[in-house]
Structure formats: structure tokens, C-alpha cells
Design a protein around this ligand. Structure first.
Ligand code: SF4
Length: 290
């Protein structure tokens, strides 16, 4: 099978050092919405200057280069086992080149492997066989600080007055943002899953972050709820890095999944402003990135 290690290394470099245009555009809009001279505006201007420096110097956008989450859609005939080895080789090489900080730590001994390779969950790689003859590899680098403020709710939740409906989802999502209080490096983006079991709900909430910022949910009720959560999140006054201000939530994506009659989970994966998300497409000899 074809060796794509070099191309995968470029995917990791891009993800770590070059913020996607849709994310940067949203950050610029957020900066413009803050009062000139305010702490919030200062934080946003610093973030944007940092984004430009990282791109220019090919250095990581943030010192925490996060958990690498790969989503691979491969055509029939490709070997997931071989692709996994190539991805791991690219991750180890990216660590050597300092595109990634060594982040894989043995939970029991505290020992860092030094190359971002741990067990089968680190890096996380999801495979799916797809129709056609195009291979796509998406990569999200999910920072630890924002991962720490992710949350899962089992509805109904009496304290939040949150029932098993979209109003309950809204209350849970806003509670998660409120509790974070800017930790996890606001302003950020929300991936929200409704349903599933505890594990699949977390996975679905992360998969929701694969969408581009401007994507509109095909379900009009969910599209309206995404807009409302974003708007109301910004009314909490938490602001960039918790300094206060108008920019706390820069977007929300909701993914509904099936659930057991007994359960109704709402899971929120919070993504910091350093929303590092890139995709590589291989079609014949052509390799492209977005
Ligand atoms: S939460 Fe995001 S921006 Fe903050 S330190 Fe972690 S990776 Fe960096």
C-alpha cells in the first residue's frame, strides 16, 4: 500500500501551526465586537497576533498541542492497519520536529513516552470505510484545558430545571459554559451530542467539532438552538479568557444520536479558541489540504 507518512506529517504540521480560515475569521469578528482598549479586546488581539506568528514561523499555535484525534474515511482495499502505522509514524516525526509537544503520559507512572504515542487510544484514530476511491484524513488537536471543562448531563436534571427536550439541552449547554467561567481558554466552540450512552455521546460531541464554523445544521430546530446557545452564551459576560466581554461562545454544533428509553445524555465538548482542525484528501496521485 502507498506510504503517506510524509503527507500525514504535513497534515499534522498544518493542524498545529496554521489555524483554519473559518476559525480565524470568527476570531476576527469576535475581536471586532469587543470594546477597543478593553481587556477582552487585548486578549483577542494577542490571540490573533499569535495565530499569525505561528503560521509565519511554522510553530505551534499553543504550547499544548493537545490530543490528536484522527478521523479516517478510506476506500475499499486500503488497509486500516497500515494507515494506523503511517499515522503513528507521522505523529512521532511531528513530535521530533516540535510541531507537537510530547503529550502522551502513562496514567499510572506519570512517564511521558516522548513521542506522542501511547496505547491504542493515543493518538485516537477512528476508521470508516467509505464509497468511492478518495481517502480523507481529518485531524483535530484537542487541548487539555478545554477538554477538562467538557461536561456530560443526564436529563432530567432538577437543579437546572432541564427536562428531556431541546430546552433541557439548552440549559445543560449553557450551564457547562457558565461553569467553565472562561477556563479552557474562551472564547470557544461547543460540540454538543444529544443521546447515546455515556461513551458514544462523548465521541459524537467531538465529531460535531468536525463541522466548519459556518455550517448550518440541516435540522432547522437544531440550527435555531445552535444560534440561541451561541447568542445566550455570549450574554453570560464571561468573555475572552474570563476577562469579561461579549465573546464567550463562537459557535455550537449539535449532533443528535439514538439512545435507550431509560437515558437522555447531553454531552458538551468544549473547544478553545485554538480550534485546530485540518483535513487531507488523497484522490489518485493528488493530495490536497484544507
Ligand atoms: S485550552 Fe486550548 S488555548 Fe488553552 S492552553 Fe489548552 S490548547 Fe492552548
Amino acid at each position: 500500500m502507498r506510504d503517506l507518512t510524509k503527507e500525514l506529517l504535513e497534515l499534522v504540521r498544518l493542524a498545529s501551526t496554521d489555524l483554519p480560515p473559518d476559525v480565524e475569521k470568527r476570531l476576527r469578528e469576535a475581536a471586532a465586537s469587543e470594546e477597543p482598549g478593553s481587556a477582552a479586546r487585548g486578549a483577542m488581539d494577542t490571540i490573533l497576533a499569535n495565530v499569525a506568528l505561528a503560521r509565519g514561523n511554522s510553530t505551534p499555535i499553543c504550547q499544548d498541542t493537545g490530543t490528536p484525534l484522527f478521523f479516517v474515511r478510506f476506500p475499499e482495499g486500503w488497509s486500516p492497519r497500515s494507515l494506523r502505522e503511517q499515522i503513528k509514524a507521522a505523529v512521532a516525526e511531528a513530535t521530533k520536529k516540535t510541531y507537537l509537544r510530547p503529550n502522551a503520559v502513562d496514567s499510572l507512572s506519570g512517564k511521558n513516552t516522548g513521542n506522542n504515542l501511547g496505547d491504542e487510544h493515543f493518538p485516537t484514530i477512528h476508521f470508516e470505510e467509505a464509497d468511492g476511491d478518495t481517502l480523507t484524513v481529518e485531524l483535530i488537536l484537542k487541548g487539555g484545558g478545554c477538554e477538562n471543562v467538557g461536561a456530560q448531563y443526564s436529563l432530567p436534571n432538577d437543579a437546572l430545571k432541564a427536562g428531556r427536550d431541546l430546552e433541557g439541552v439548552r440549559r445543560a449547554a449553557l450551564d457547562a459554559v457558565y461553569r467553565a467561567q472562561g477556563e479552557g481558554c474562551a472564547p470557544g466552540f461547543l460540540g454538543i451530542a444529544i443521546g447515546g450512552d455515556r461513551g458514544s455521546s462523548y465521541i459524537a460531541s467531538k465529531e460535531a467539532l468536525r463541522h466548519k464554523v459556518g455550517d448550518v445544521n440541516s435540522n432547522p430546530d437544531l440550527a435555531a438552538l445552535e444560534a440561541r446557545i451561541t447568542q445566550e452564551g455570549n450574554q453570560l459576560g464571561i468573555g475572552p479568557m474570563g476577562f469579561g466581554g461579549k465573546s464567550t461562545v463562537l459557535g455550537a454544533k449539535i449532533a443528535p444520536t439514538y439512545r435507550l428509553p431509560a437515558s437522555f445524555f447531553v454531552t458538551i465538548s468544549y473547544m478553545c479558541w485554538a480550534y485546530r482542525r485540518r483535513m487531507m484528501t488523497v484522490s489518485g496521485e493528488q493530495v490536497s489540504y484544507e
